[in-house]
Design a protein around this ligand. Structure first.
Ligand code: HEM
Length: 172
């Protein structure tokens, strides 16, 4: 029994599962706990600047988690002797293939969110903080970007939940 618990494959799966927990758990924590509290506790400008810090820190965790998910995901596949060039030939392969498509979309959405929306919203909040008031044009642009960024984050979470459902189907 101990042989199984401490086999290299158990550790690889452990890293895969822990990375998924860190990645998706972080998103759920931000959406369900942090954001509602920040919305009631802080004025808009401070909220955006604080949220930018949270975003930067969470980005480090999420890129490490995503890298580990990809590396250990391929190892999981090797463990199951997946024929990567003929993925669609088996039912297991087709589910894995679908999961990989969703993971690819998640990666694109995450990049767009971090590199465009996160940066732009922070820039606008910093500009308002420097000039000392909310220029109506800047405020409107920030509001627009925040709504789009929220929609993108919600989409990202949904896609990730589908990835986990497909993962559950893989091991069922
Ligand atoms: C957002 C990224 C990902 C998430 C959230 C995720 C999540 C999960 C979860 C929760 C499991 C079930 C754990 C288990 O019981 O072993 C799993 C299994 C698996 N994942 Fe991922 N995964 C991701 C990316 C990947 C990638 C990129 C690959 C392949 C390159 C991959 C390949 C696999 C395989 C093959 C299994 C099944 C292992 C088995 O049959 O024993 N995953 N994944």
């Amino acid at each position: 029994m101990l042989d199984t618990v401490f086999s290299i494959w158990s550790w690889i799966r452990w890293i895969h599962i822990m990375s998924a927990i860190a990645w998706i758990g972080g998103q759920l924590f931000i959406l369900l706990i942090l954001l509602p509290i920040m919305r009631t506790a802080l004025p808009r400008n401070e909220r955006t600047l604080l949220f930018a810090q949270v975003g930067r820190r969470y980005a480090v965790v999420s890129w490490i988690a995503l890298t580990l998910l990809i590396v250990t995901g391929f190892l999981n596949g090797e463990r199951r002797s997946v024929a990567w060039e003929h993925l669609t030939d088996s039912s297991y392969g087709r589910i894995l293939f679908t999961k990989l498509i969703f993971v690819a979309i998640v990666l694109v959405v995450t990049l767009v969110h971090a590199l465009y929306f996160g940066r732009r919203i922070t820039e606008l909040a910093e500009r308002s903080a420097t000039i000392g008031y909310d220029d109506p044009k800047i405020a409107a642009e920030r509001r627009r970007l925040q709504i789009l960024s929220g929609v993108l984050s919600g989409l990202n979470l949904l896609l990730n939940l589908v990835v986990v459902l497909l993962a559950a189907a893989l091991v069922a």
